[in-house]
Design a protein around this ligand. Structure first.
Ligand SMILES: *Cc1c(COP(=O)(O)O)cnc(C)c1O
Length: 455
């Protein structure tokens, strides 16, 4: 009967019967099979997904809100076709650059912003914000424990050429309480006469502490300002942008700082960083980035503005895709008995997902699966290697359009106990899903994970 019907359609469309023969990839499950995902992995993935509908709806709502926020800012600042062009040389009167900085300021609800391709990465943006707003004799306080690894050398926690310590800026740290909450008593004691700037890292980065919600950051800032109103509160916003409908600058942060090859670049920005905040803070940073007297007036945008604008426009949905991937990975691997941080049901404050495999073979197989799912360099096999600055070999999976971009699907892991993988990104949810299924397939193929029929 089906054949008859097909025959009829063929005749009607004057097609030869062989042209109507379905190809193996015609259905989604056949397409996954053709792309190396076995039927049991595919079925398990789908059973996990069925339970995530409500979470995904919530993420889509946040993305919808943030899409309108970004669009509204672009319209209010009258982004025009001329803004997409770039300047060379000194870059005086760079309309696109100046307008983009206004757009960032509107999105973050700050007085001003500095958004530049001359800010080379997230660490550079953070170093710039710190070095330009602190003076000799000032003290920097981190009330949330140890900052991101690369900042240790910026601050001088690990002695380094050009660190804040070399300029006579001291550093004080108050660790989180064992349950991950703020140690208010010691924070109060840590805020002193010379405390000039408080740095708060939103994302856990590669630590085991929880990431903070914008609301939690707001409480901490209110506490700090209650003790010393003129202290500058800076938030390392890396990986947190557009995860919630509010940003730390909506709850009292004087500066928010981040990288354009993470969330706000939307996968299109090929380089760059941003600092959004109080006018004086941004002015200080501009004077340091370029030169006193020149500040924001120079800095050619070259040819990157179109990608900065378009990436920012896409950033809310790209971040949503990455968040869905993180939750899917958490649910998938939690269901198989691995420990995951955050847990599959926890509220999300950034796009990073940690999965602990407990063995080197587990993390290597996972990373090899992620690499095999990449659009670029899928044919190479990542291996652990000794990287400068790390005390154990590190394996990295990244097949990105922008080198090192971690808003694209990527994973990395130090080969040491507890053998945890840090996974993030995915420019589209569909790619994140495929990458995660491919990672599981790799674990199944290497007999590290056995899927039971009923899973
Ligand atoms: C990525 C990151 C940084 C540093 O950014 P780079 O671009 O890698 O230099 C700093 N802080 C946090 C929390 C990060 O996630």
């Amino acid at each position: 009967m089906t054949e008859n019907k097909a025959q009829m359609v063929c005749e009607k469309e004057h097609l030869q019967p062989e042209e109507k023969t379905s190809r193996p990839e015609d259905s989604l499950d056949q397409m996954y099979a053709a792309m190396g995902i076995g039927s049991n992995v595919y079925a398990y993935g789908n059973s996990v997904l069925e339970r995530l509908t409500d979470r995904f709806t919530q993420i889509d709502r946040t993305a919808e809100y943030n899409q309108l926020k970004v669009l509204g800012a672009m319209q209010a600042c009258q982004v025009s076709e001329a803004c997409l062009l770039g300047t060379t040389g000194y870059g005086y009167n760079d309309l696109g650059r100046d307008t983009l900085e206004q757009v960032y300021a509107k999105i973050f609800h700050t007085e001003d912003a500095l958004v530049r391709p001359q800010i080379t990465c997230g660490t550079h943006a953070l170093a710039l914000a710190l070095m330009s707003n602190l003076r000799p004799g000032d003290e920097l306080l981190s009330p949330v424990g140890k900052p991101y690894d690369t900042l240790e050398e910026v601050i001088g926690i690990r002695p380094s050429r050009g660190s804040l310590a070399e300029y006579g800026i001291t550093y004080r740290q108050v660790d989180l309480l064992p349950d991950g909450s703020f140690d208010y008593e010691n924070i109060r004691a840590g805020i002193r006469e010379q405390t000039r700037l408080v740095t708060i890292q939103r994302s856990k980065g590669y630590q085991t502490r929880p990431s903070f919600s914008v609301a939690q950051i707001g409480e901490l800032i209110a506490f700090v300002k209650g003790i010393k109103p003129d202290v500058i509160c800076m938030v390392d916003n890396c990986y947190g942008e557009f995860v919630e409908v509010q940003e730390p600058s909506d709850v009292g942060a004087d500066m928010v700082v981040g990288s354009l090859i993470k969330n706000p670049g939307g996968g299109l920005a090929p380089i760059g960083g941003y600092i959004a905040g109080k006018r004086a803070c941004v002015e200080n940073a501009a004077c340091r980035l370029t030169s006193p007297g020149l500040a924001k007036e120079v800095g050619a945008s070259l040819g990157v503005l179109k990608d900065f604008y378009q990436g920012l426009f896409l950033a809310p949905t790209v971040t949503a895709g990455a968040l869905k991937g993180a939750i899917f990975a958490a649910s998938l691997y939690e269901g198989l008995g691995f420990s995951v941080v955050p847990g599959s049901r926890e509220e999300r404050h950034d796009i990073i997902q940690a999965v602990t495999f407990g063995t080197p073979e587990g993390v290597i197989a996972f990373c090899q699966g992620i690499q095999a799912a990449a659009p670029v360099d899928s044919h190479v096999t990542p291996e652990p290697w000794d990287m400068p600055g790390y005390d154990a070999p590190v394996i990295m999976a990244a097949g990105a359009f922008v080198s090192g971009s971690s808003i694209e699907l990527s994973a990395d892991a130090p080969i040491k106990s507890p053998y945890a993988v840090y996974f993030q990104g995915g420019l589209t949810w569909q790619h994140a899903k495929y990458g995660i299924l491919r990672s599981l397939q790799s674990l199944v193929d290497q007999e590290i994970v056995t899927l039971l029929k009923e899973q």
